[in-house]
Design a protein around this ligand. Structure first.
Ligand SMILES: NC(=O)c1ccc[n+]([C@@H]2O[C@H](COP(=O)([O-])OP(=O)(O)OC[C@H]3O[C@@H](n4cnc5c(N)ncnc54)[C@H](OP(=O)(O)O)[C@@H]3O)[C@@H](O)[C@H]2O)c1
Length: 257
């Protein structure tokens, strides 16, 4: 029996991950702010699947509460799978938003998942095994179709995943970046938008089930709505083809004065 810690497990994508992982026999640590919802989910999953569940109520934007989750990842029974899922978006454009809200979003979407991965990796390295799933977004590849910094926070999650794979992939740690497109969850109403006005919304169960297919295949990057895997592979190939050019010690001819 292995243990998975899921952030943002009280609803949406995180709650479906918790459900699917319990069905696979994982014990669970469920993290979010809404204790009532977490307790209800934990009780249901324990009853239906016979797994052990632990609830940690934490606002991941609060450093002291985040530290409590980091402590759980460093101590207690080993956590073999971290689902870095908790996240949010802002509906305002960059110039219309308060600076404190920008900082809040970076704490939730960037700082928290980074520090949670940092806390869990030493134990995984010691055991020579573990997995981390980072919820990115297609907006990380297409920031033009959103406003503000949401796309940038999700691009971080993609690049962060690549970096972790490069550093730890050969040491037994599997890292997956999941890039959903619009998915039917509360994230829309939480940022003041009506999901029914958004075209092409995926159902959350379909999204998580597809992401888990990618997980089982040990994909580095899983983009459930993308019909043609070859387009992602061509994008990655183009990125890798540039790498030798980054080692040149002189500016490219077009920049010479
Ligand atoms: N839905 C989409 O269209 C979509 C598309 C691409 C990527 N994503 C990504 O998928 C992930 C999950 O999104 P979702 O759609 O499932 O969102 P959601 O339905 O709004 O759920 C967000 C989860 O994060 C938790 N959370 C929010 N703020 C928190 C905080 N300060 N501290 C701790 N937990 C917090 C929420 O629980 P509490 O309120 O109980 O704390 C909830 O469990 C996010 O990273 C999001 O960026 C979503």
């Amino acid at each position: 029996m292995t243990t998975a810690l899921v952030t943002g497990a009280s609803t949406g994508i995180g709650a479906v991950y918790a459900d699917r992982l319990a069905a696979r026999g994982h014990d669970l640590v469920l993290v979010a702010r809404d204790t009532g919802r977490l307790d209800a989910l934990a009780a249901r999953l324990a009853a239906e699947h016979g797994v052990k569940t632990q609830v940690i109520t934490a606002d991941l934007t609060d450093p002291a509460q985040l530290a409590g989750v980091q402590d759980r990842l460093r101590g207690g029974s080993p956590v073999d799978l971290l689902i870095n899922n908790a996240g949010a978006t802002l509906s305002d454009g960059f110039d219309g938003v308060d600076g404190a809200r920008l900082e809040w979003l970076i704490r939730l979407n960037v700082t928290a998942p980074t520090l949670l991965a940092h806390a869990v990796i030493p134990g995984m390295l010691a055991r020579g095994a573990g997995a981390i799933v980072n919820l990115s977004s297609v907006i990380g590849l297409a920031p033009e179709i959103s406003t503000g910094i949401y796309g940038a926070t999700k691009a971080y999650m993609l690049t962060f995943s690549h970096a972790l794979t490069a550093e730890f992939g050969e040491k037994g740690i599997y890292v997956q970046a999941v890039l959903p497109a619009a998915t039917r969850t509360e994230i829309w109403e939480r940022s003041g938008r009506d999901v029914n006005q958004i075209p092409g919304v995926m159902e959350v169960d379909d999204l998580v089930d597809a992401a888990l297919v990618g997980f089982d295949r040990r994909e580095a990057v899983t983009i459930p709505p993308l019909p043609d895997a070859a387009s992602w592979e061509a994008f990655e190939a183009a990125r890798h083809a540039m790498l030798p050019g980054f080692r040149n010690s002189t500016p490219a001819a077009r920049y010479r004065v």
